[in-house]
Design a protein around this ligand. Structure first.
Ligand SMILES: [Zn+2]
Length: 419
């Protein structure tokens, strides 16, 4: 039986850090269950952990706030969840078999809360409620753990609410944040200064293929193709290997370069790319939207006609409006994510054309469009391929900076056509 860190692909260094911290955390708990803590130790942490006593080896120890950084798909949230499981593990190792490990990994542990922002940002109300609950005594006797995926999407006010908790942590509470980097745009400097950082790397394609074969039972040749095409993004590789619709969407994106024969086709290609992203996003959120609306209507339908019903109805209108707002913001984010995936695929194609033009001895990202990339390399030479690659990357940056997607994509398509 593999332990909880088995799915953390190609991250040996980070896994080593987390294993040592989990062992140190288990020692903290053992010490707490031993005779009462010394009077000069105000928070129950072992002295070497929080520095209110003689420091032993703070680098190896447990601490109450962590940031997992790395490119999308490198496994930030996988790492955070595995670490949470190791902290809740009855053996303090993340054995993968005990109830603590099992319930954490399946998302049902009472003392592990996972925050996945559904809109474009995590609001202050949500964060305050979370911080309050995180301060309660862990019911399982170990740790209260809060995992915040996409901590870069905290609003400033939510960040401040979190900062307060991180600055004065309840003795048994652990915050695990996930963010692309520790750049101040992603995580505020003050929060960063209170956290230990666990950097994750983009896993090599070979390691991604290996996990697809071992864990998901995917055929080795399909796994290798998908791992390369996904450019180190583990979840994307799995989707490409398993989901025919994901493969079709990718095929449609990679057909763009050979369709660009004039201004008209460039603008058509832009429309097609945007509309495909919208359709994909709509499909991905439709089910959740309908379920949420039904649940809310059921809850509101039970309002009754007694005293207080009028007030309840006024509250209901507000709740419905809130729900619509949240759903709209989730749809916007799903569209951006879908469009960004398409742009990453497209960038991979022009990167292949560039490396071929340079005769660089590296494997292509998209083996199935290698012939087309080679033809592009001949036609454009390295300089033309580079200009096109830059156009795709600029489009991503522009959308990130809130330029309207259609405008950014149209500009990109025109450059991809003209060079
Ligand atoms: Zn365990």
């Amino acid at each position: 039986m593999p332990d909880v860190f088995a799915d953390l692909v190609g991250q040996d260094e980070a896994v080593d850090t987390l294993r040592r911290a989990a062992a140190s955390a288990a020692a903290v708990l053992r010490a707490a269950h031993a005779p009462a803590p010394a009077a000069d130790d105000p928070d129950g942490y072992a002295d070497e952990v929080d520095g209110d006593g003689p420091a032993v080896d703070p680098g190896a120890g447990m601490t109450h706030a962590w940031i997992f950084t790395g490119p999308p798909g490198s496994g930030r949230s996988v790492a955070a969840r595995a670490f949470a499981a190791a902290l809740q593990c009855a053996y303090g190792t993340g054995c993968g078999e005990c109830p603590g490990c099992h319930t954490t990994m399946t998302g049902t542990h009472a003392d592990v809360r996972l925050v996945v922002p559904e809109g474009l940002s995590i609001g202050v109300g949500e964060m305050r409620a979370l911080v309050l609950r995180a301060a309660s005594t862990p019911s399982g006797g170990r740790w209260q753990i809060v995992i915040i995926e996409d901590a870069d999407r905290l609003t400033e006010a939510a960040g401040n609410a979190l900062l307060k908790a991180v600055e004065e942590p309840p003795p048994r509470t652990v915050f695990l944040l996930c963010a692309p980097s520790t750049h101040p745009d992603d995580v505020s400097v003050t929060i960063r200064s209170r956290c230990r950082v666990v950097p994750l790397r983009q896993p090599p394609a070979g390691a991604v293929a290996e996990v697809l074969v071992r864990r998901d039972g995917i055929a080795p040749d399909v796994a290798q193709w998908a791992a390369a095409a996904a450019q180190g993004h583990v979840g994307r590789a799995r989707r490409l290997a398993r989901d025919p619709e994901a493969r079709q969407r990718r095929d449609a994106v990679l057909a763009v370069p050979r369709r660009l024969t004039g201004v008209g086709t460039a603008l058509d290609a832009a429309s097609a790319l945007i509309e495909a992203a919208e359709a994909e996003a709509e499909a991905s959120v439709a089910e959740a939207d309908a379920a949420e609306r039904a649940a809310l209507q059921t809850a509101l339908g039970a309002g009754g006609t007694g005293r207080g019903a009028a007030g309840a109805m006024r509250g209901a209108a507000g709740q419905l409006k809130d729900l619509e707002k949240r759903q709209k913001s989730r749809a916007t984010r799903a569209q951006r994510d879908a469009l960004d995936r398409a742009l990453v695929d497209l960038a991979g194609f022009y990167r292949d054309a560039l490396t071929m033009a340079l005769r660089a001895p590296v494997a292509p990202v998209h083996t199935d469009t290698a012939a087309m990339a080679e033809a592009g390399a001949q036609k454009w030479a390295a300089e033309g391929a580079l200009r096109r690659l830059e156009a795709v990357l600029e489009c991503r940056t522009a959308i990130e900076a809130n330029v309207k997607p259609r405008i950014a994509v149209e500009a990109m398509m025109l450059t991809l056509w003209k060079g």
